[in-house]
Design a protein around this ligand. Structure first.
Ligand code: BGC
Length: 917
């Protein structure tokens, strides 16, 4: 047994977190036996048993054998520390686990460190610059250390953004601090280790504008959050002799002019190294900062996660290709002579030998460096770019002197999906890159143009995929804090963008529903109900807000009279809103949110609320059915999205599911197996087709190589996922309607279907966090093999399959302490599996197409069936017009221009069935 990935509040060794609400989680791997029988956690002030401040002792684990749910004992997914710990203290903990066979292990010690106590006085005062708010300041303070130091810490925040250094060295490895959050409701401060030296030390802080003070948000208005550079820093130096020095920012700190003369999230940065900050020094002056809003950091770290090398673009002097659409910046070695102005421009695309920058809209995305003649590594401090290409002007380094610094919030990759199909693998990579590029403290729509905002609809549809791909529990917990804080300003309505900045669009279906769906997905994937508790008021407020709207609109339990964004960017209809009735989408999401709120209430043992929202959901469903179905059970809105929504959510009258499923299939076939769906329909289209028994169509959509489809983008050279299905048109031109981000993760939501259906791995609601795994792989002949791994608290859950002639070979690893309900693809009775490795070889002969309900195209594609057709109906072979190829035999006979009559079709059906026997 090996115990690893010890996390506190879902982060590894978090520094400076609040001392309450602490949760531990860990992973047990390579264990013998099938489940955890006993465990123990020790909490100490040093990595040493003798320093214990709390010891659970040996605790017996009681597990529900049917679901793997831990009924009592220590749950590796989330164990709440029941005692309080001291503020400003590093706390160590380790865990011991023993399995049912007696295999046991201790983990290594891990740690977390607490921030200042809640309500603790600050001995630092907020300060600002006397040079005016248009001049970027640098602050400094020197101090002497004259005796041996035990440890030194700094608790600090700088607004808009800050970068702190001690004795000329940048402190910590984080970037763009304090990150992006709803600064008007809370302000995250950081805790930094100070490696002070004996003698004189100098602390410096550079401040930038960032999201807080600079241009940010869709409206071109003055900064929403603040106009002032503010710095607050409190330093605690603890000496070996037990004494302590505490000092902080005050009017004694010195201020100089920063070499950074401009920064903007959208526009880039300018650094003039000829500016010597300390030529003209002034004293800091009191600054404005609401001390009541200060909160210990909850965000995972935002830092440089990898570095990419560059290659020169042939025929384009000064242009370099990172070979990947990435987010961050370029660091380069610069030895340009004094006064050289080096300008870097960024773009996602090259067109006709030039950077294509039209899709950046008003974002200048330019980094300017003016050299003082001293060679050094150069990079910006307060901005980032979404790009693949960079152009140097004024001076240019060699390619090996350049690298791309990829930044994103800390998120370990926890899902791995590979197939025998190289293009699908590239698609998965593109989806992962989309997540990396847009998970920068807030999940954003895009990272390059003048937007980069936390659009709630985008993360709502992507959250399931995101949580399969990477451990982003802490990241989304922080985001939910932003969302629910903003919600408080809107009387329960939910913003379409959070932090809202100047953008007050709110109360829109599929966007607002992030407040219920995101926490629910986090709960399903992590098994930690903390996020349900902290989001519960917001969930209820949202559903109640919709209810009030419907009452005001007089629409009963239908949400049909409010403005909506509809099926954003769908290909049907003639606007960005798509062709599906927006009231249908809104009412369906109202139903989803009411249902999730009811389920969350159950989990939280809020029985009254559970009953209330269950009943409300039932009423919404009844109203939905009576509005959108004819009395005899026909769906009245016939778009792919309407069918997908209704089929997936089972929002159907009794007995009508099959009819809706058939309609869905027909809509897809009628369109030539092309999807027409937008943000709302796309994530549910493949799941709905699969549960409608048309997984073959779902695969066909996934594997489609022409426009519109995921692999069309791959074939066009995409290295991330685009905003529109046709951001780049088949003729290579850009979509003329604009809004063409090439790094938008929304349509990457298809990966959830790939994990859930190709591999079949899904978390069950009755024991979330993969204690209970539901596994129903749906293989397809067009893909030779699939291998998927999902990290769980009991180690890796692995599903691998490949075709071996007429058989499907399937290998499954069920992790330790997990239970899997397996439905084999041959339709045999479901099995329940405990921890272990399993293999099957299933007979799945490659059957010829089935008959009446098979499309003409499929019949023709099967060699043997083709031969039968040729023999029996040589006329028909030539006769079926190409636009009818998608029709099934049954539909062909029903069509007015049917080339086959009913008798012929019945004969043909019998012949095909006969051959299958
Ligand atoms: C964003 C989207 C967003 C949409 C909604 C766009 O500008 O980029 O991803 O969800 O607006 O209106």
């Amino acid at each position: 047994m090996r115990i690893s990935r010890l996390q506190t509040n879902h982060m590894i060794c978090p520094m400076g977190i609040a001392e309450d609400g602490l949760r531990f989680s860990f992973q047990i791997a390579e264990a013998e036996g099938i489940c955890q029988k006993q465990s123990r956690i020790q909490v100490a002030t040093a990595p040493d048993e003798t320093a214990c401040i709390y010891d659970t002792g040996i605790v017996v684990t009681v597990t529900d054998p049917a679901t793997g749910r831990i009924l009592s004992g220590i749950d590796p997914l989330a164990w709440k520390l029941p005692v309080s710990v001291a503020p400003r203290t590093r706390i160590w903990w380790r865990v011991w686990v023993c399995s049912d066979t007696g295999d046991s292990a201790w983990s290594d010690w891990t740690w977390f460190e607490t921030a200042k106590a809640a309500g603790e006085e600050w001995q630092a005062k907020p300060v600002t610059t006397p040079f005016g708010q248009d001049t970027h300041p640098v602050f400094r303070r020197s101090f002497i250390v004259d005796k041996p130091v035990k440890q030194a810490r700094m608790y600090c925040i700088g607004l808009g953004e800050y970068e702190a250094s001690l004795n000329g060295e940048k402190l910590g490895d984080e970037v763009l601090q304090p990150g992006l959050h709803t600064y008007d409701s809370y302000l995250q401060y950081q805790t930094l280790e100070l490696p002070v030296k004996q003698g004189s030390n100098e602390l410096t802080f550079m401040l930038g504008d960032g999201w807080y003070k600079g241009r940010y948000g869709l409206k071109r208005l003055a900064p929403r959050y603040g106009n002032e550079y503010v710095l607050l820093a409190e330093i605690h130096v603890q000496y070996a002799d037990g004494s302590e020095d505490v000092f902080g920012t005050d009017e004694q700190w010195e201020v100089g002019r920063s070499p950074v003369t401009f920064d903007g999230i959208y526009d880039g940065e300018t650094i003039d190294m000829r500016i010597a900050p300390w030529d003209e020094v002034s004293q800091a002056v009191p600054g404005q900062l609401d001390m009541n809003l200060l909160t210990p950091r909850i965000s995972p770290k935002l830092r440089i996660q990898q570095r990419l090398s560059a290659v020169p673009v042939e025929g384009c002097p000064g242009v370099f290709d990172m070979r990947q659409n990435m987010v961050g910046w370029i660091a380069f070695r610069c030895d340009a002579p004094k006064d050289t102005v080096v300008t870097l421009r960024f773009a996602e695309l090259m067109r006709e030998g030039k950077l294509y920058r039209d899709n950046l809209r008003t974002a200048a995305c330019t980094f300017t460096y003016i050299s003082d003649g001293t060679p050094r590594m150069v990079q910006p401090h307060f901005t980032f770019f979404g790009f693949r290409y960079v152009e140097f002007e004024g001076w240019q380094p060699a390619a090996d002197q350049i690298h791309g610094c990829v930044i994103h919030s800390d998120m370990e990759q926890t899902g791995r999906l590979t197939t025998s199909d190289a293009k699908l693998n590239r698609l998965m990579d593109n989806i992962l890159w989309g997540q990396r590029g847009n998970f920068l403290d807030v999940p954003t729509d895009c990272p390059q143009r003048d937007e980069r905002m936390g659009w709630t609809g985008d993360i709502q549809i992507f959250s399931d995929t995101a949580l399969y791909n990477m451990d982003c529990t802490a990241f989304l917990e922080k985001f939910m804090r932003d969302l629910t804080e903003d919600q408080k300003q809107l009387n329960g309505s939910v913003p379409c963008v959070t932090p809202m900045t100047h953008y007050y669009l709110a109360g829109v279906a599929a966007w607002g529903d992030a407040v219920t769906i995101v926490p629910w997905q986090v709960y399903l994937h992590s098994g930690d109900k903390t996020i349900l508790r902290s989001s519960f008021e917001g969930m209820k407020a949202w559903v109640d807000w919709i209810k009030t709207q419907t009452a005001l609109d007089g629409t009963g339990d239908l949400w049909t009279a409010s403005p909506q964004l509809g099926d954003w960017l769908a290909l049907d209809g003639n606007s960005v809103y798509g062709g599906t009735d927006r009231g249908l989408i809104a009412t369906a999401y109202y139903y989803v949110s009411a249902s999730i709120t009811a389920k969350a209430a159950e989990v939280l043992h809020e029985q009254d609320a559970a009953d209330y929202y269950t009943k409300l959901a039932e009423r919404i469903k009844a109203a939905f059915i009576s509005e959108f179905f004819t009395p005899s059970g026909r769906l009245a809105v016939e778009t792919q999205t309407a069918c997908a929504v209704v089929s997936h959510l089972k929002l159907v009258p009794e007995g009508a599911q099959q009819r809706v499923d058939a309609l869905l299939k027909r809509k897809v076939l009628d369109a030539g197996v092309r999807l027409e769906t937008g943000f709302v329909g796309t994530p549910w289209l493949l799941p709905a087709l699969t549960s409608a028994g048309a997984a073959d169509l779902a695969y066909e959509l996934l594997l489609r190589e022409e426009y519109p489809g995921w692999l069309y983008e791959v074939n066009s050279g995409a290295t991330t996922v685009w905003e529109r299905w046709n951001s780049i048109e088949p003729d290579g031109s850009m979509n003329k309607d604009g809004m063409n981000s090439l790094n938008h993760y929304a349509y990457g939501s298809v990966a959830a279907w790939m994990y859930r259906t190709m591999a079949g791995i899904a978390p069950a609601e009755d024991a979330p966090g993969f204690h209970h795994i539901v596994c129903h792989p749906v293989p397809d002949r067009r893909i030779a093999s699939v291998s998927v791994e999902v990290d769980t608290c009991g180690g890796v859950c692995r599903v691998e399959w490949h075709w071996a002639g007429e058989q499907l070979a399937l290998n499954i690893d069920v992790p330790f302490s997990c239970v899997m309900d397996l439905q084999l693809p041959d339709g045999s009775a479901p099995k329940q599996l405990r921890t272990g490795q399993y293999s099957w070889c299933i007979d799945m002969p490659c059957l010829p197409p089935k008959g009446l309900d098979t499309s003409w195209r499929e019949l023709m594609a099967d060699e043997e069936t083709h031969a039968v057709l040729e023999r029996l109906f040589p006329r028909a072979i030539k006769g079926v017009a190409f636009q009818n190829e998608m029709y099934t035999l049954r539909q062909l006979t029903e069509s007015p221009f049917a080339e086959l009559n009913r008798d012929e079709v019945t004969l043909l059906d019998a012949e095909i069935k006969n051959r299958q026997r």
